[in-house]
Design a protein. Structure first.
Length: 184
């Protein structure tokens, strides 16, 4: 039996998105899926006031940025879950860079956002435009819910959608994998 594999890729400047990424990963593993986490890293820090300012400028210009090489190959996973904070009404630049660089390597994609602002549908549209396909699941969590822990009830239906997509993909993968030859 092939166990579905899920990769959770995320960028987190303030660790809020990281908290949600870990909660999603843990929920997937509890459901019996193999799950790896991949934080996106940049060669230059975005910490402090100047890092915040750089983030605001980069997001306003909707540009990509250099990110360090990944340790996991997205094409090896049935579903890649991608998480980003919302920066000035846009996807974070490291996530924009990841999606642009890996769009053709992603089989199924689920998206999640952490945010302070109420309008995030445009951000999902930006992310889906970068990968040229619809996400199999979407989740938004506001920062106050992350801090209080109230987001946990919203994670369950998101994880269930990911599980169904991963199981379909793993099942399709089983059908196309060559069977080993039987020796007589």
């Amino acid at each position: 039996m092939t166990i579905p594999k899920v990769l959770v890729v995320y960028y987190s400047r303030t660790r809020r998105t990281e908290r949600l990424a870990h909660a999603i990963g843990n929920s997937l593993e509890i459901r019996g899926l193999r799950c790896d986490l991949e934080p996106l890293r940049e060669p230059i820090t975005r910490q402090g006031f100047f890092g915040y300012l750089r983030s605001r400028i980069d997001s306003a210009l909707a540009r990509t940025c250099p990110i360090l090489p990944s340790t996991h190959k997205p094409e090896d996973y049935d579903v890649v879950v991608v998480g980003s904070p919302v920066w000035s009404g846009t996807v974070s630049n490291p996530v924009r860079s990841f999606l642009a660089a890996n769009a053709d390597r992603l089989k199924n994609v689920a998206l999640f956002l952490t945010h302070r602002a109420p309008q995030v549908e445009a951000v999902f549209a930006q992310m889906e435009a970068l990968i040229a396909r619809r996400a199999v699941a979407e989740l938004t969590v506001r920062w106050p819910e992350l801090i209080s822990g109230d987001y946990k009830r919203e994670v369950r239906p998101f994880v269930e959608q990911i599980e169904h997509a991963a199981e379909r993909s793993a099942s399709a993968r089983r059908r196309v994998e060559p069977r080993s030859a039987v020796l007589h």
